[in-house]
Design a protein around this ligand. Sequence first.
Ligand SMILES: O=P(O)(O)OC[C@H]1O[C@H](OP(=O)(O)OP(=O)(O)O)[C@H](O)[C@@H]1O
Ligand SMILES: NC(=O)CC[C@H](N)C(=O)O
Ligand SMILES: [Mg+2]
Length: 505
Amino acid sequence: MCGIVGITGFMPVNQSIYDALTVLQHRGQDAAGICTIDALNCFRLRKANGLVNDVFEARHMQRLQGNMGIGHVRYPTAGSSSASEAQPFYVNSPYGITLAHNGNLTNAHELRKQLFESGRRHVNTTSDSEILLNIFAQELDRCPHHPLEADDIFSAVAAVHQHVRGAYACVAMIIGHGMVAFRDPNGIRPLVMGKRELAEGRTEYMVASESVALDTLGFEFLRDVAPGEAVYITVNGQLYTRQCAENPRNNPCLFEYVYFARPDSFLDKISVYSARVRMGTKLGAKIAREWEDLDIDVVIPIPETSTDVALEIARILDKPYRQGFVKNRYVGRTFIMPGQQLRRNAVRRKLNANRAEFRDKNVLLVDDSIVRGTTSEQIIEMAREAGAKKVYLASAAPEIRFPNVYGIDMPSATELIAHGREVEEIRQLIKADALIFQDLDDLIEAVREENPDIEQFECSVFNGIYVTKDVDLQYLEYLQSLRNDDAKALARQNEVESLEMHNEG
Ligand SMILES: O=P(O)(O)OC[C@H]1O[C@H](OP(=O)(O)OP(=O)(O)O)[C@H](O)[C@@H]1O
Ligand SMILES: NC(=O)CC[C@H](N)C(=O)O
Ligand SMILES: [Mg+2]
């Protein structure tokens, strides 16, 4: 999913960006990077594979000097997982630009060809984000005068919107100018902005994937960056904003609310936590209505994301809520790990059963979603081993049947347990005594309640409708061949031989 952050300030930003990345870590665990602009107008960059904590040592932090910077945590959804594809990316012309991107482009292949043939630009990695950066650079390069005005920068973003398809929430820096952030015309991936007032009327600005990063750093939440909008903050701290898309539409990704975002974030005016509680209200009502014969003794969440949903289901059903599983705090999110073997092994390292909560009981386990079924299959087995009589499972999201092409690594329909299967078949596969999924309309209503202006969510994984309208069967087949688990494993084996052109430091 990736997390991005950018800060323009009047004090060194290295520590603030590091801190912001640590609270966005749940969005990407594979790589991290920070780029700042120092007093000599040079970029200072550190990026590598690993968690934020591992990537930045004291010596790197000392080198990341300057009052303006951007950062990224990566969950690869395009290209390879090589360190050379960690972000931010850099191009030296015009002026010198760095960019960090959350999302996924659906026409990266055509753009790469066009960049090479018409723009005479070579992109040395397989990353779609580096392509996006080069498109932006190419458009800025068309401006005939120096220095660039805010109008020129907004025209370049408008042109990016014309050429690029897919999902992109981005933050970039241009040497000698300032910081630019923009969001795709469908607003698929989130982006928020905030400010911090200093003495003498000076204002520092921050953009981030989630509002929780603003809270942590003491920035006041200003608003969401609108779909298609660009924000430009000059090196002197002057803020400009403009709508750069011709037909912007607000189609945020529904799965952000189900799983990706932190509950304490507000995205597109919706509290993620409250949305999850409402998911519990709807799902609890469905269980009470349609499964009245289920003899449930206790409701147990599958930590961590489903806890808010499960607590509300327990309240609606008037059953005890118990922490039947203990989560190892040192194991991260399993779904965003690369490779099925890694994900499988991680579930048992991450969760262990509290036997007292299972012995001789009929338990209703609650998860936020069932994607590949890796978690549910093993958790149900663990519940039985711990002595449960009957094990029921409820999912706050409906069946996930279609690939995602916008920044969630579900490229291959055949890897999804619900693809081409009815609920009964899925139940048998994961060996549950009953399996209940949320209805899509209920999920949409639960999330939309706080912002009825959202007409349509990006919910292709549930209904196969892709809001960018450029995704057909041929594209999905191409994506599957490129990014299925086996193809990625093979690519990882060959990665050691790839030339890494980044600042390893
Ligand atoms: O069906 P699967 O392919 O297993 O994917 C779904 C599971 O993965 C996620 O948990 P994860 O461990 O990533 O994170 P969490 O601790 O935030 O719940 C999600 O919350 C589900 O539990
Ligand atoms: N999940 C994301 O936002 C990933 C960004 C970009 N597509 C990459 O793979 O690096
Ligand atoms: Mg989970």
